[in-house]
Design a protein around this ligand. Structure first.
Ligand code: NAD
Ligand code: AHE
Ligand code: ZN
Ligand code: ZN
Length: 376
């Protein structure tokens, strides 16, 4: 198949707000510096639903969504040296070129090399590798994993241990790595520090896992869904608070200040709700507490607080992909999984086939889904 166009199935998002369409797509061969991957499994993340909804200012259609994918390299374009045919890989929506200003800064995992074309839904040379119904289909987040085959830039893929099952490693392509990295890398929470995690989905529960690995003190999960209490404790939370069940007159900020003798050392927004983001910032300890925004808020939403909150030493920050550098650090996370130090299996609550992708989106929106894994 190398060098030839492959016709396979993909889930195409033709228009914002409409269901995905499972149909034939032509996947062109990889050009120089590109890799064609046979996708075996992909997770579905809320960010896919967010872009499909039409609320993502970068959303463009028609497009093949999906950014939590694992598969095997089918062929490589000229000059590709970091992966070879047959490698088991995870697609990286946060690439790592190792050469740009961002990669060399030592301060961030964001890579600038292909961000502009990635945001426009095309390969670094400005063109697409997908065709359907006689027209070009756009790429998404440099990954487009809702397809049996995809083409990505070589800096957007990492080879991982082949003995790690791909229906698990796909989840390291976003949700789990994002939360785990936010606790361990972005916050780098100190031993004994008190944390509050708003939102106990895949991302929030992964922050809890990272907090346990950092030997945090209090690990307080805040969620409006009472069913999340059991999930929170399963991953190592020490406390669970449902903000809708507080006594009359007590706010979630009051409650967290009371539980932590004046405020948390680190808080995490894993909801994407800007009101929650404000509470998370204000629940930080005066003088040093840091609040980390992970949730993706819809277009037009803005955060607000009194500047005095920052004047008095609270810090507002955020991260993408948990601050993890995919090519350097993902094999280490897969190693942690294989060594039994990182839970992954536990996150899988639903399984679907690619032809049932719309059902995967539906279950994701229900309160009992942590992650749906899709078999292509
Ligand atoms: P999820 O929907 O599975 O989990 C969100 C949780 O928040 C749910 O349990 C829900 O009950 C809870 N919640 C909703 N409103 C709340 C409120 N007012 N107070 C407390 N809890 C509330 O989502 P997820 O897959 O874990 O993703 C979380 C967010 O992170 C999404 O916005 C997603 O788009 C974003 N995300 C960001 C990155 C990144 O790199 N920055 C990566 C992955 C996901
Ligand atoms: N395109 C949106 C922003 C979406 C966003 O923030 N994406 C995160 C990853 S979410 C994964 O589930 C991200 O990687 N951000 C950094 C980046 O460079 O996109 C918008 O609002 O324009
Ligand atoms: Zn995601
Ligand atoms: Zn770079």
């Amino acid at each position: 198949t190398a060098g030839k166009t492959i016709t396979c199935k993909a889930a195409i998002a033709w228009e914002a707000g409409k269901e995905l369409s499972y149909e034939d797509v032509e996947v062109l061969p990889p050009r120089a510096g590109e890799v064609r991957i046979e996708i075996y499994y992909t997770g579905v993340c809320h960010t896919d639903a967010y872009t499909l909804s039409g609320k993502d200012p970068e959303g463009a259609f028609p497009v093949i969504l999906g950014h939590e994918g694992a598969g095997i390299v089918e062929s490589v374009g000229e000059g590709v040296t970091n992966v070879k045919v047959g490698d088991h890989v995870v697609a990286l929506y946060t690439p790592e070129c190792g050469e740009c200003k961002f990669c060399k800064s030592g301060k961030t995992n964001l890579c600038g090399k292909i961000r502009a074309t990635q945001g426009k839904g095309v390969m670094p040379d400005g063109t697409s590798r997908f065709r359907a119904r006689g027209q070009d289909i756009l790429h998404f987040m440099g990954t487009s994993t809702f397809s049996q085959y995809t083409v990505v830039a070589d800096i957007s893929v990492v080879a991982v241990q082949p003995d790690a099952p791909m229906d698990r490693t796909c989840l390291l392509g976003c949700g789990i790595t994002t939360g785990y990295g936010a606790a361990r890398i972005t916050a780098a929470a100190e031993e004994g520090s008190n944390l509050a995690i708003f939102g106990a989905g895949c991302v929030g529960l992964s922050v809890v896992q990272g907090a346990v690995a950092q030997k945090a003190g209090k690990i307080i999960v805040v969620d409006v869904n009472p069913a999340k209490e059991e999930w929170a404790f399963k991953f190592g939370a020490t406390h669970f608070v449902n903000p809708t069940k507080l006594p009359e007159g007590q706010t979630i900020v009051d409650k967290l200040l009371e539980l932590t003798d004046g405020g948390c050392d680190y808080t995490f927004d894993c909801t994407g709700n800007v009101g929650v983001m404000r509470a998370a910032l204000e629940a930080c300890h005066k003088g040093w507490g840091q609040s980390i925004i992970i949730g993706v808020a819809a277009a037009g939403q803005e955060i607000a607080t009194r500047p005095f909150q920052l004047v008095t030493g609270r810090v507002w920050k955020g991260c993408a992909f948990g601050g993890v550098k995919g090519r350097s650090q993902l094999p280490g996370l897969v190693g942690d999984y294989l060594a039994g130090k990182l839970k992954v299996d536990e996150f899988i609550t639903h399984r679907k086939n690619l032809s049932q992708i719309n059902e995967a989106f539906d279950v994701m929106k229900g309160g009992d889904c942590i992650r749906a894994v899709v078999d292509s």
